[in-house]
Design a protein around this ligand. Structure first.
Ligand code: ANZ
Ligand code: ZN
Length: 866
């Protein structure tokens, strides 16, 4: 046999699938449906190995489910708005639109070359007016339903470029282009009311049983429900009723309090700052630094003593100092805290910096309560209360309840000192971006009428093409012809909204759009409801929080506005690991690309040299493929030299799909050898096996039986493992079957063996087909089939050949032996009875008499009474 030539065969089969429109989904297909979706790519320019891995996984599931008789939807599109296109416009002087659509064209070709079973007739690009027109309708529906609103909020402001910066344009607190320290400014911006659904977004996580546990936990933490107490502290020595209200989840630690701290934006802090220039400048410094949670976690804890003192709620003679502190957020709880340094790390860092007392009040279980000491690590574990007067000896949980009970009953200024409060970390979603390359927010600002929605017949609000990027800022702000429009309500002069939507909006509903991508409304509800939820969603864990949470919110908001009838968009979620590779560094410390490396092995030790000049190169750590470290392998190179099937096979072979896979040349070569091996085995089996469609022989000898068992066993394993997305185990099963087939081909082909050879070869081809679809087609044809393997139903594993332990039972009809049946030793009477009814010899012997009874004597004999 000649070698299998992937480069010749792959495009040929791709064309064949295309011509038959095999992967186009008819939305009305009456068969049970299955929706498999991989997170759609950002059109950055080229497909990378991470994409290949992601899409190969989805493709295995899609092809398998199709073979199992499902109507499969497997679409692809482009998450096409976003900042990189604008950066390209600034740096390379190409229009964002041209840049984006060029990239899409390149990447579409690359995806096609991978041989994915995608329905390209459903392709969408979020930057396409057809798509964002519908998104604008959704926005207006949300606005009407009270799910979208405007309020003031902070943005990153570059004072030199005079522009708003996206978070990723702020590098170490400075503008990415100007290098100027970034300021926080307040702008009126658009928000979506995700907090309306906090409770439901949290509780529904429990029902997402086909999601990874870690993703559900991350979402839980992000939504961040906490049960605590608001506690009011009286300001000491004040003759009015001034007080400071704090929020705490640890009222049990109240006797360990050593200070109270306010956010820089707290009204008391602002009021005090008016007459205190030093405090005013500290407040200013906090504001400038920004308040992202991540920034606060790492920033040095700083504060300013206001001189104010408050009384401890349980002891009016115990006064605590009040600071303004940079780690207290205004928009969480009450914007004020009491600090308990012994049991909260931030408070401890703060206390050490300002010389405040550190009093432990929780002793770890089993510790000596008289010698509990805290150095530089706060203790946040469970234990027993100490140093806490009437709470001593209680558990923290019991102490929480006791403090709550007493303070709820106590009064300050005519109200209870404390109240129970549930707090959420989740905030409404700010979607305004001061950018060009995004979906325009479809409203018009009129001085007389206020915010006026763009009327339906004027949608979509299209992005103007004639924009320039020669100045910083949003080109839409400078585009007078686009911006100045008559008010739809009063006809007076008005201005378009120039903010565009966060690109996370675009990806929050694309899965629903795919179900009817050309509809004149965002969805056709009945169609969306028929296909949603997505049965299997596959993507990177980097989207575990925001994208998935926003999508879950969007489905609910679309339900509230009548566009879909369900809450949860993704029934099954799988997050795949990364593709990683060794790194290489030359003597000058420069990264060297794998393509320029030669590895030699000398007695087990590996050494690397540079191909171009033979110089020694240091082998570094295995890391995620990244341009900066040059450890990338371009899928195009692999496709060109080995073909798509090899790349797909290797990607899924080595490690469990949720883990990282290490890309190695040796691994790819191994996969490539297996491709050739399957091809040889199939051809030999085609030459020596029974012809296609030959009936099973009456007697199967032990050698043929062994092969049949190997084939059916592999088939059953692959089936189970694909269902559970354990692709690497499918690969192992295919290797084992190939070995068994190779061994059997050494034996003389008797009739029974000829049958088994063909059967095993066919099963081998069919189980590798979802993984290596081109090789499978070529092999299927070599086995004499006119129909494509992609059009062939998944084979059925014979249960009798699966059982590890089997018995052969004589089958009698009216006392006379007519046949034998091989069943699992533990097979129950009902399944044996069913199998016996299907035996041809039994049917013949019974004739047209009705079967009155089948008596199964387990592990001995079966008697048919007619
Ligand atoms: C006293 C205390 C003692 C606290 C202790 C913790 C440990 P979660 O669980 O996230 O809700 N906190 C409250 N409001 C805050 C704000 N606006 N900015 C920064 N921190 C704030 O966290 C609640 C805890 O975070 C609260 O409980 C409070 O500190 C702090 F051993 O009160 B705790
Ligand atoms: Zn008006």
């Amino acid at each position: 046999t000649e070698r299998y030539d992937a480069r010749e065969a792959e495009p040929r089969w791709q064309k064949s699938w295309d011509e038959r429109k095999l992967f186009q989904t008819d939305a009305g297909d009456p068969r049970p449906n299955y929706y498999v979706l991989e997170m759609f790519p950002y059109p950055s320019g080229r497909i990378h190995m991470g994409h290949v891995r992601n899409y190969a996984m989805g493709d295995v599931v899609a092809r398998y489910k199709r073979a199992k008789g499902f109507a499969v939807m497997h679409p692809m599109g482009w998450d096409a708005f976003g900042l990189p296109a604008e950066n390209a416009a600034i740096e390379k002087k190409v229009h964002p639109k041209a840049w984006t659509y060029d990239n899409i064209a390149t990447m579409r070709d690359q995806l096609k070359a991978i041989g994915l079973s995608l329905d390209w007739s459903r392709e969408i690009a979020t930057c396409d007016p057809d798509y964002y027109a519908q998104q604008q309708k959704l926005f207006l529906d949300f606005l009407k339903a009270g799910l979208a609103y405007r309020r003031k909020s902070k943005v990153n402001w570059d004072p030199v470029d005079n522009t708003v910066l996206a978070n990723e344009q702020v590098i170490d607190g400075r503008g990415w282009r100007s290098g100027a320290p970034v300021e926080q400014r307040e702008l009126t911006q658009w928000f979506l009311k995700i907090t309306d659904f906090s409770e439901d977004l949290l509780s529904a996580l429990d029902g997402l049983t086909r999601w990874p546990e870690k993703v559900r936990t991350m979402q839980k933490n992000w939504i961040g429900r906490s049960e605590g107490l608001t506690v009011r502290f009286a300001v000491a020595g004040a003759n009015d009723a001034s007080e400071v209200e704090v929020y705490t989840t640890r009222p049990d630690t109240l006797f360990g309090a050593s200070f109270v701290a306010l956010s820089a934006d707290h009204p008391i802090a602002r009021a005090l700052a008016e007459s205190n220039p030093a405090l005013a400048s500290f407040v200013e410094e906090c504001r400038r630094a920004g308040t992202s949670v991540a920034a606060l976690e790492t920033a040095e804890k700083k504060g300013y003593d206001t001189g104010l003192r408050v009384a401890h709620p349980f002891d009016p003679s115990w006064e605590l100092p009040v600071y303004v502190a940079n780690f207290v957020l205004m928009d969480y709880g009450t914007g004020a805290i009491f600090g308990c340094p012994a049991h909260d790390q931030r408070d401890l860092d703060f206390a050490r910096a300002y010389g405040l007392p550190v009093t432990p009040v929780v002793a770890p279980e089993g510790a000596d309560p008289t010698s509990v000491a805290i150095d530089n690590v706060a203790y946040d574990g469970d234990g027993v209360m100490i140093n806490s007067r009437f709470l001593d000896g209680l558990s923290p949980a019991a102490a929480f309840q006791e403090v709550a009970r007493q303070l709820e009953a106590a009064e300050l200024n005519g109200r209870p000192v404390a109240a129970r409060k549930v707090n959420w970390r989740l905030r409404d979603w700010g979607i305004s971006r001061q950018r060009y390359w995004g979906c325009p927010i479809p409203v018009i600002h009129c001085d007389a009428c206020g915010v006026v929605p763009v009327p339906d017949d004027q949608l979509p609000v299209r992005l103007p093409d004639d924009v320039t990027f020669d100045q910083p800022g949003n080109p839409l702000d400078r585009h007078d012809a686009w911006r100045n429009v008559p008010c739809p309500q009063c006809g007076g002069p008005a201005r378009r909204e120039t903010d565009t939507m966060d690109t996370f909006v675009d990806s929050s509903w694309y899965y629903a759009r795919f179900t009817d991508p050309k509809a004149a409304s965002p969805t056709v509800k009945a169609t969306a409801d028929r296909w949603l939820p997505v049965d299997q969603y596959i993507g990177g864990v980097e989207h575990a929080i925001l994208h998935l949470l926003y999508s879950r919110f969007f489905t609910r908001a679309m339900k509230a506005t009548g566009h879909v009838g369900l809450d949860e968009p993704f029934a099954g979620l799988f997050t795949q690991g990364m593709v990683v590779h060794e790194t290489y560094k030359d003597a000058d410390g420069q990264w060297v690309a794998p393509a320029d490396i030669r590895i030699s092995e000398d007695g087990g030790a590996r050494a690397a040299t540079r191909l171009s000049d033979g110089s020694a190169v240091e082998i570094g750590a295995i890391e995620k493929m990244s341009k900066s470290k040059k450890n990338v392998v371009d899928p195009n190179d692999i496709l060109g030299s080995y073909g798509a099937d090899t790349a797909r096979w290797f990607m899924l072979s080595d490690s469990p799909p949720e883990r990282d896979v290490i890309w190695t040349e040796a691994g790819v070569e191994g996969a490539s050898r297996f491709v050739q091996r399957v091809w040889r085995l199939v051809n030999e089996a085609a030459a020596r096996g029974a012809p296609s469609g030959a009936a099973a022989p009456a007697n199967v000898g032990p050698a043929a039986e062994t092969l049949r068992r190997a084939a059916h066993g592999a088939l059953a394993r692959v089936e189970e493992d694909i269902e559970r997305l354990r692709f690497n185990r499918c690969v192992a099963a295919a290797y084992e079957l190939a070995n068994a087939l190779g061994q059997a081909l050494q034996a003389d082909a008797s009739d029974d063996m000829a049958f088994a050879l063909r059967e095993a070869a066919q099963i081998l081809v069919q189980i590798v087909a979802p993984f290596m679809p081109h090789l499978a087609e070529e092999s299927w044809a070599a086995l004499g089939h006119a129909v494509l393997v992609a059009e062939t139903p998944w084979p059925k594993a014979d249960p009798a050949l699966l059982a590890s332990d089997v018995v052969t039972l004589p089958v009698q009809v009216n006392g006379k032996k007519r046949d034998e049946i091989t069943v699992a030793r533990e097979a129950d009477a009902a399944s044996i009875e069913k199998a016996v009814r299907e035996l041809e010899a039994v049917a013949k012997a019974v004739g047209d008499k009705p079967i009155r009874k089948i008596i199964v004597v387990p592990q001995r004999i079966v008697n048919v009474v007619a």
